[in-house]
Design a protein around this ligand. Structure first.
Ligand SMILES: [Zn+2]
Length: 217
């Protein structure tokens, strides 16, 4: 199927869900759901990357975690039909779309699916805790290197096709700060920057210059 949760399901359990899965394209900057809104659709990407963002009262956004073919967007909708964060496509791709009711109903009949959804929820919590601690204690240039390496692993590609605005939100820095950090990486020959994409040239050096959170990836 191409999505880690679906691929780990035993065949009879997947059969419970398969009639309700609809494959659709997800385009860069598509907002799948906004924080606080009622929403009934859950997405299981098979490619691309979706940024899950928290909004401040003033409307500023910061990435809390991202999900690609390893996950599901988003757990809050599955549990209470209300988005607890804003989900926006960072890298275009394809995703299976399913209603929260149909996924929930399949999970009630499939202990394997229910367990997988709980494990994924725990993994998201871990990712958010790690991100919060990292954002508070680790320097921004090291966080950028970490994000580049982690995203390269999620996409299984050296080219990260997303805008510098989204990278700034993901790393939790202003656009200007991101610009000067990424230009410094380009001058050192570690990345190559083009409008709308960053290519990693020296992945091992980026890994070595990441904060120690890299040890948990
Ligand atoms: Zn860190």
């Amino acid at each position: 199927m191409g999505n880690a949760i679906l691929d780990q399901l035993p065949e009879p359990d997947l059969a419970l869900l398969q009639p309700y899965l609809k494959l659709r394209a997800i385009s860069r900057d598509d907002v799948l759901c906004e924080q606080g809104q009622s929403c009934n659709l859950v997405y299981l990407p098979i490619s691309g990357l979706v940024s899950c963002l928290g909004a401040s009262v003033e409307g500023q956004l910061i990435e809390l975690y991202s999900a690609g073919r390893d996950g599901l967007i988003d757990v809050g909708i599955l549990l209470n039909r209300t988005a607890c964060l804003t989900t926006r496509v960072m890298v275009a791709g394809e995703a299976y779309e399913v209603s929260a009711e149909n996924l929930w109903s399949a999970a009630q009949r499939s202990p394997s699916l229910a367990l997988m959804l709980m494990q994924y929820t725990a993994a998201v919590l871990h990712q958010m805790v790690r991100g919060s601690v990292c954002g508070h204690f680790h320097p921004a240039p090291e966080r950028l290197n970490l994000w580049l390496v982690a995203t390269h692993l999620k996409l299984a590609a050296a080219v990260i096709p997303c805008t510098q605005d989204s990278i700034a939100q993901a790393v939790g820095v202003r656009r200007q700060t991101l610009n000067s950090m990424i230009n410094a990486l380009q001058r050192s020959g570690l990345v190559q920057v083009r409008p709308g994409q960053v290519t990693l040239i020296e992945i091992e050096k980026l890994r070595r210059r990441s904060c120690r959170c890299i040890e948990r990836i």
